[in-house]
Design a protein around this ligand. Structure first.
Ligand code: ADP
Length: 491
């Protein structure tokens, strides 16, 4: 299941945060350069006004110095006139060379300028403009204009204009830009939200298709044809599904062939016992034929020998029939089967061989065993493999016991032998494909791994228990079929 919100919110968070950061950076840059150009413009204006006003002030100071007229009264009038002409001017102060205020626009009281004490103001040799807040909290732009003619200083002119309107303008633009940034970011996020929703729902269809792959080429919901990356992904997924289907079919074929090969190998392992079982009746028949030829007139003897020949040939054909039945290639067809019956069918095949090697085979089968759902022939193959392994493990005179039980809803068949057992070091490897301790030509190492596959495919387990020297027990456990009559084992 795709976690829509997880992926979507992660992308939205990343894109949202980076867009907001970029927008903020750009807005701040724009605002900063716009503020600088506004201040430069204002600064140029106030400096131009100061320059123009300073000419008249210097003239008045020169006249006053030469006692041509009273500079103070004249200058005060001039300052008042100038103030009236420039409504943005908030204060004008004229300092003489000693730092005394010779003319001003403001009434008595505290000097309104903000550029520092008179001595500091007089020390300036160039025009200086500052923007700062006054003690009353209002912002002003102030220019200190040195009044000089050649090397002589006549004092300084301090002009102040209000900067509140500039500040308000800057603040307004800041708010506008902030609003613009958040609007653009929100719009972008909204767009992204919808696009991601569509993208993720397409992915969801793909994920559902992937989830429902059951090796059927036509299985799973189809995605409407589309030309984007999702469409390409879907087409690749379909191709992959086809390849998986094909390799699955090939795997099944190979598995089937391997099963058949292992079955033939098992027959090979039985060959000498079976050959003996077929040879015996043939020799018996041959002896009967000789006897009949020697005395063809003896009708009674002929009748007896013919009966013996018939019995011998029936036995031989019975052995061959069972052998062919086991070797025949068949499709797996699971159905309710009786495991006791499977054990008995295998016993008929292996008993000649075990008898020849003087190995005792004991069957301790629980009666009325409930059926299990499995393929009859495959189950016989599993039991056959376990019996042949047990035969290989025990010496002549040894014992193999096959026990069947029913307990806790499960039917089990245990093949126990009196052989040397399995070393603890290799116990967990015996089910590995191609693991064998037998000589080349005697073992393929596939038997137990195939048995395990067959039992697991039928929903059961195959377990081994052994300690060296104490023989080995392989136990098949399969769920009892519900259609069977459950009957607890009390033995
Ligand atoms: P193979 O019989 O061809 O070697 P299997 O997969 O049937 O292949 O068995 C793997 C190995 O497990 C055997 O080679 C043997 O070492 C061990 N094994 C299986 N059954 C027994 C047993 N009953 N007693 C001792 N060892 C066993």
């Amino acid at each position: 299941m795709i976690t829509h919100t997880g992926l979507r919110s992660r992308i939205l968070l990343t894109v949202g945060a980076s867009t907001a950061a970029i927008m903020m950076f750009l807005s701040w840059g724009m605002l900063y350069s716009w503020r600088n150009s506004l201040l430069t413009e204002e600064r140029a204006t106030i400096q131009a006004i100061s320059g123009a006003f300073s000419v008249a002030v210097i003239d008045a100071l020169i006249f006053a110095d030469q006692d041509l007229y009273q500079a103070e009264g004249f200058l005060d009038n001039y300052v008042a006139m100038f103030m009236a002409q420039n409504p943005r001017l908030t204060a004008i102060t004229v300092l003489d060379q000693t730092g005394r205020t010779t003319a001003r626009s403001w009434d008595s009281g505290e000097a309104p300028w903000v550029s520092g004490p008179a001595t500091r103001v007089l020390a300036d040799e160039t025009v200086r403009t500052t923007v700062t807040a006054r003690t009353d909290g209002r912002w002003v732009m102030e220019t200190v204009y040195p009044l000089r003619t050649g090397h002589r200083s006549w004092g300084a002119l301090i002009l102040q204009i209000e900067a509140e309107s500039i500040r308000a303008q800057i603040r307004r633009n800041f708010v506008l830009l902030a609003l613009f940034t958040s609007a653009v970011t929100s719009l972008l996020l909204l767009l992204l939200w919808f696009l991601l929703g569509r993208l993720l729902s397409s992915l969801q269809v793909l994920v559902t298709a992937m989830d429902s792959v059951d090796f059927q080429p036509t299985s799973g919901p189809a995605l409407p044809a589309r030309q984007d990356e999702i469409g390409i992904l879907y087409r690749h997924f379909q191709r992959m599904q086809e390849r998986v289907d094909q390799s699955h079919r090939e795997m099944l074929r190979a598995e089937h062939q391997m099963l058949h090969a292992e079955r033939l190998a098992a027959i090979g392992r039985l060959a000498s016992g079976l050959a003996h079982e077929i040879n015996n009746p043939i020799n018996g028949v041959r002896n009967c034929i000789y006897a009949i030829r020697r005395d063809p007139q003896n009708a009674e003897q002929t009748a007896t020998y013919l009966d013996l020949m018939d019995e011998g040939l029936t036995n031989a054909s019975g052995v061959l029939h069972k052998l062919l039945g086991f070797a025949r290639k068949q499709q797996a067809a699971p159905g309710p089967i009786d495991l006791n019956e499977a054990v008995r069918a295998v016993e008929r095949l292996v008993k000649f061989d075990l008898e020849r090697q003087q190995i005792r085979l004991e069957l301790a089968l629980t009666d009325s065993l409930p059926p299990v759902v499995a393929d009859r022939q495959l189950m016989q193959e599993v039991i056959m493999n376990l019996l042949l392994n047990a035969r290989d493990a025990v010496e002549s005179g040894g014992l193999i016991r096959v026990t069947s039980r029913h307990a806790a809803g499960q039917v089990s068949v245990a093949v126990e032998d009196s052989g040397d057992g399995i070393d603890a070091g290799i116990l967990d490897r015996v089910f590995d494909p191609f693991f064998t301790t037998k000589k080349t030509g005697e073992g393929t190492g596939l038997g137990l791994s195939i048995c395990l596959n067959i039992v697991q495919a039928a929903g059961g387990t195959l377990e081994v228990a052994s300690s060296p020297g104490a023989g080995a027990t392989f136990t098949i456990k399969l769920p009892a079929s519900p259609s069977g009559i459950p009957q607890e084992d009390t033995t």
